[in-house]
Design a protein around this ligand. Structure first.
Ligand code: ZN
Length: 502
């Protein structure tokens, strides 16, 4: 059976997730659900990054042991992901034993390969980024992302010979054009590689919160070097060889554009050093801005995803994030825009369509619909074209294009109702067969659209499918088999309005 191993970045737990964090998880969830719908055995990993100084500091401020604080925050994160219906298969924390064992083993292997050496780091460090900052990355002396002044640090550290892997990385980029998407990210990384790489410091001195270096327990592993290893730790590296061989390499790392360098340069170099296969693909998504500004707790421009989900429902929020923001680019979120799209796409369009079909099915046929033998279907070709375009887009992570394709079928069905005028057919006894066929076609088109939209709106589309006569669990639906135009008789179920207009 085909397999698909998908990961998101793991999150620092010093504060609650904001809508930008949720954006990444929701889009990855849509990809995971799409793959499952295709019948692919999918492993979807998320998790928390706990060995950060920010996390340690926050715990101290609250008077908690760092580990106890991380335990509390795990519940906070899990609650948000549950509310948003994010269906991860595994959730890793970097303080777990399986992760520590993997970090220890991988760091030792990189050391054995001769790729670590002792040196002195002197320079800027942004604690919010948890990153060493060369002067050229600062704007007016401040971190360009956090708009705060980094710390000047001077430490004896262990360095990783990143520079040694520059040529191999360039070769890999050339040989594997899809390794990093979208192209704008790939071009950024190519320019970086062409400019040459410097070795990086991969340990921190004078800190207790972290994983000790196996050959120098007085120092801990730099939090990024530690965090990246979660992707192999979660599938059994150093703890379960059989499982590791079954799932590694990952098919896709979904990450934010600001951490592309760690995932598309540092991480593959670490794997090359350790002699492990590279992930097949890295996707660097854009940011969800708040009224045109970067969403950030410290800048006061963040939206709580629970507030957004409470306002109009988790599914409308998920659809907005996936459909209104071109995946790979930045997009904007405002309450006005969210409500506008809710009314346009859901209340007036899809929700209204589902309601009309159910009402007409019951008014004219007691809810029982079947196609007329030999009748030529008017929507079947349109549906087949939509499914084809949807699959091409979704296979390439063009999630917004996939969703737009599904809505083309919704639009076509509404147009079909206007054109076929079922209420006129119902008044004419000798057009009985035409009415049968028209009602059946609407219900069948809605059924197919609901399957296509299911990865983005799982709860709502499950309900739409139930109303359109779907029997049997959603987990048994398969995209190729169940989105072809079907001919079976079905019982339509009426229900309340899914998305009342606001
Ligand atoms: Zn920063």
């Amino acid at each position: 059976m085909a397999r698909f191993y998908l990961t998101t970045a793991i999150d620092y737990v010093n504060s609650r997730p904001h809508l930008g964090t949720a954006y990444e998880k929701v889009t990855a969830d849509v990809i995971a659900r799409y793959r499952r719908l295709c019948g692919v055995s999918t492993h979807f990993l998320m998790g928390n990054d706990e060995h950060s100084q920010n996390v340690y500091q926050r715990a101290l401020e609250l008077g908690l042991e760092p580990r106890a604080f991380c335990d509390q925050m795990e519940q906070v994160f899990r609650e948000v992901w549950a509310k948003l219906d994010v269906s991860f298969d595994d959730f890793i924390r970097t303080t777990e034993d399986r992760h520590k064992l993997a970090v220890t083993a991988l760091v030792q292997r990189i050391a054995d390969a001769g790729d670590l050496y002792e040196g002195e780091y002197e320079g800027w460090y942004c604690v919010s980024c948890e990153a060493f900052k060369p002067d050229k990355d600062l704007v007016d002396g401040e971190c360009s992302i956090h708009q705060t002044r980094p710390e000047w640090i001077k430490e004896k550290n262990h360095f990783f010979r990143l520079s040694k892997y520059r040529d191999r990385l360039l070769q890999h980029y050339e040989a594997t054009p899809m390794f990093l998407q979208p192209d704008v990210r790939r071009n950024e990384m190519l320019r970086l590689l062409e400019g040459g790489l410097e070795d990086i410091s991969v340990s921190r001195t004078g800190q207790s919160w972290g994983i000790p270096l196996p050959f120098d327990p007085s120092r801990v592993v730099y939090v990024w070097f530690d965090a990246l290893i979660n992707y192999i730790a979660a599938v059994g590296y150093a703890t379960d060889d059989e499982r590791f061989r079954a799932w590694w390499p990952a098919d896709l790392h979904v990450v934010g554009k600001d951490i592309t360098r760690f995932h598309a340069v540092v991480w593959p170099a670490m794997l090359m050093s350790a002699g492990l296969p590279l992930p097949k693909r890295v996707f660097g998504h854009g940011w969800v801005n708040w009224q045109g500004q970067r969403m950030s707790k410290s800048l006061g421009t963040s939206v709580d995803p629970l507030d957004a989900a409470d306002r109009l429902g988790p599914d409308p929020l998920r659809l907005y994030l996936v459909k209104e923001i071109a995946y790979g680019h930045d997009g904007d979120f405002t309450w006005e825009r969210f409500e506008e799209r809710y009314n346009a796409d859901l209340a007036n369009n899809l929700g209204n369509l589902v309601n009309r079909v159910a009402v007409m099915a019951h008014k004219y046929r007691g809810g029982r619909l079947a196609p007329v033998p030999g009748a030529i279907s008017q929507l079947a070709d349109r549906a087949a074209d939509v499914v084809r375009r949807y699959r091409v887009a979704m296979d390439e992570h063009q999630l917004h294009t996939g969703m737009a394709a599904a809505f083309d079928l919704v639009d076509a069905t509404n147009e079909f109702i206007t054109r076929s005028e079922p209420w006129v057919l119902a008044r004419t006894p000798d057009r009985r067969a035409e009415l049968d066929q028209a009602l059946f076609e609407m219900a069948e088109a809605v059924r197919i659209a609901a399957i296509l939209l299911w990865p983005a709106m799982p709860a709502s589309c499950t309900e739409i499918l139930r109303r359109m006569g779907q029997v049997g669990p959603i987990s048994e639906i398969r995209l190729d088999r169940d989105t072809t135009w079907a001919g079976g008789e079905r019982q339509i179920v009426k229900g309340s309005l899914l998305w009342p207009r606001i």
